[in-house]
Design a protein around this ligand. Structure first.
Ligand code: TYM
Length: 338
């Protein structure tokens, strides 16, 4: 079965744990916004995923609004896209259970993100953290989503979603769930840590200097880029010259993504440049693109009632798509409804 039998629909989500960082913006939100209008777009704040590790309840509610504010500040139009938080649509949890019964333990054991997060201490982690990718498959397939834009780190989870869809269709002899395509394109699908170009930028890194938070003001953004780790060489002449230079490559890719150009375009302008020229240019570009978003986020956060209204409206629209798909799934599985 191919996904050509399904109406094209985009689904993606972001966890409200900690704040948003530049990787979330360039690897996810900016690309989500770019897909609006091309096909139906459904974007979620996945609060049920966040509690796979401990979250303070008041902080979780705040982080949920903050991710919603990030989406809106970056240009998500709630008239063009459905924007909602996962726990308001209970069908996610219900389909998640069914997929827990489709996915195999062997498949879950291969998930590198669980291994990275749980480390050698897996037994102390929640069962939810282990089962999380099956819930992610439910998020996607509940909308019969055909396209899932994500950063590189989520590729394996989208591949698992394909395996779950294929096994469900095979076991129940149906063509019901689409085999979803992960959309991982553009220069910034893996934004790296500013202090160590071999590590992914994340919300949970030790030092604040290693990431750009979407709430950072102009001074902080400029300072962090100016202090970003680099090597002693000037920029190379070509993109190929960045291959073994993780920090240099990361800064070039961030510049390209912020400016909507390719890394080759950046090299055409800065081939052979010293860091003393490139870093201030990157800092200025980043401030000009990110500072308006952070101030717009702050404006949304000043009106939590409006965010809640948008999420409530989005949840009602999400339920209209999700509930018939869940009912049909129950019918296929043989769950009696009376
Ligand atoms: P999360 O919340 O960790 O990240 C949200 C999105 O941001 C991308 N991302 C990055 N991209 C580039 N460089 C980085 N350094 C970087 N850091 C984060 C992630 O790849 C992701 O696209 N499991 C998911 C959330 C989820 C989901 C879904 C996604 C739940 N259900 C259904 C898609 C479809 C997660 O934890 O993402």
């Amino acid at each position: 079965m191919t996904d050509t039998t399904f109406t094209p629909r985009v689904f993606s989500g972001i966890k409200p744990s900690g704040g948003l960082q530049l990787g979330n913006y360039l690897g996810a939100i900016k690309r989500f916004v770019g897909m609006q209008g091309q096909m139906e777009t459904v974007y979620c704040v996945v609060d049920m995923h966040a509690i796979t590790v401990w979250q303070d309840p008041a902080e979780l509610a705040k982080a949920t609004r903050e991710v919603a504010a990030g989406y809106l500040a970056a240009g998500l139009d709630p008239k063009k896209s459905i924007l909602f938080n996962q726990s308001q649509v209970s069908a996610h949890a219900e389909l998640g259970w069914i997929f827990n019964c489709v996915a195999r333990v062997g498949w879950m054991n291969r998930m590198t993100q669980f291994k990275d997060k749980a480390g050698s201490n897996a037994e102390k982690h929640s069962l939810g953290l282990y089962a999380y990718p099956a819930l992610m498959a439910a998020d996607i397939l509940l909308y019969h989503a055909t396209h899932v834009p994500v950063g590189e780190d989520q590729k394996q989870h989208v591949e698992l979603t394909r395996d779950i869809a294929t096994k469900f269709n095979h076991d129940y002899k149906v063509d019901f769930f689409p085999v979803t395509t992960p959309v991982i394109d553009g220069p910034a699908t893996r934004v790296m840590n500013l202090r160590d170009g071999t590590k992914k930028m994340s919300k949970s890194g030790e030092s604040d200097m290693e990431r750009i938070n979407m709430t950072d003001d102009a001074d902080k953004i400029a300072k962090k880029f100016k202090k970003a780790k680099t090597d002693p060489e000037p920029l190379p002449e070509t993109v190929e010259g960045l291959a073994d230079r993780p920090e240099a490559r990361n800064l070039v890719e961030i510049y390209a993504a912020l400016n909507d150009v390719t890394p080759a375009d950046v090299m055409a302008e800065y081939a052979g440049a010293q860091w003393g020229r490139f870093k201030p240019a990157l800092a200025d570009l980043a401030v000009s693109k990110l500072a308006p978003i952070s101030s717009e986020m702050a404006r949304f956060m000043d009106d939590p009632a409006e965010i809640d209204r948008i999420l409530g409206d989005g949840s009602a629209r999400a339920r209209q798509i999700a509930e018939p798909i869940l009912r049909k799934t129950y019918d296929i599985v043989g769950m009696l409804r009376s």
